[in-house]
Write a protein that binds this ligand. Structure first.
Ligand code: ZN
Length: 237
């Protein structure tokens, strides 16, 4: 028997009353769970067995799947149902993390950050794009691709003005070194903004002005590192 926190990524109808759940768990990474009887309206597993449900649960390990035996719902990010823009962004976050997670490969920081961004998306009515961009950049950093926005990739000196952001090398070429590498032109202000997004908590993003150009760059950067850019939920956005 295992106690864990889980976030439901996908629910699949199974047999008459059961569901198979794809979940991100805090201590086990991505797992498949069978939730018996959870399609019945009086099931005590009903709330915890739906997409976006975040709960504390008890699992039994069986041959090729886990069995959900009890669950205490911590959040279902209900606000997502009332805001299409937030809902689509949240679907994208689930698709992204589902693609990146595997069983027995887990990172509690990534789990907590995913729950946190969903919570902010469910409450936000205008910062959805910024929240997704911040999630993407922080995720890249947690996966080991943390860009250094404050020093030049080539000469190592402190960035003090406009430069180029190299998606491939994950950093900035300063004004004097722009000819030594390929990148996309960025102003000093945009560089500082990316650094701020990387280091700030989701709750303060509202006060940071983030140009569209920068959100596009961050997405390009993450997608370059994870080797995929064709997420179906992105078409909704
Ligand atoms: Zn330089």
């Amino acid at each position: 028997m295992i106690q864990d926190e889980i976030l439901i990524l996908k629910e699949i109808s199974y047999k008459e009353n059961d569901k198979i759940l794809h979940a991100l768990s805090k201590g086990k990474g991505k797992i498949q769970i069978i939730s018996k009887g959870s399609k019945k309206s009086n099931s005590r597993l009903l709330n915890a067995s739906q997409i976006f449900a975040y709960s504390k649960c008890t699992l039994n390990e069986s041959k090729d799947m886990y069995i959900l035996t009890s669950a205490q719902l911590l959040d279902n990010f209900y606000g997502l149902k009332n805001n299409l823009e937030s809902y689509y962004h949240a679907c994208y976050i689930l698709e992204l993390i589902s693609y990146l997670s595997q069983e027995n490969e887990y990172d509690a920081r990534i789990f907590d950050m995913t729950v946190s961004v969903l919570s902010h998306l469910s409450k936000s009515t205008r910062d959805q794009n910024k929240l997704a961009a911040a999630y993407e950049l922080k995720l890249a950093a947690m996966l080991g691709y943390k860009p250094d926005f404050l020093h030049c990739l080539y000469c190592g000196s402190a960035i003090k003005g406009d430069g180029k952001f190299s998606v491939k090398e994950g950093g900035i070429f300063c004004g004097s070194c722009v000819n030594y590498g390929n990148g996309i032109n960025v102003t000093y202000n945009e560089i500082i903004t990316m650094d701020k997004i990387l280091k700030s908590k989701f709750e303060v993003l509202g006060s940071i002005e983030v140009p569209k150009h920068i959100m596009g760059l961050i997405r390009k950067f993450l997608f370059f590192y994870i080797g995929r850019d064709n997420f179906t939920t992105l078409k909704l956005l």
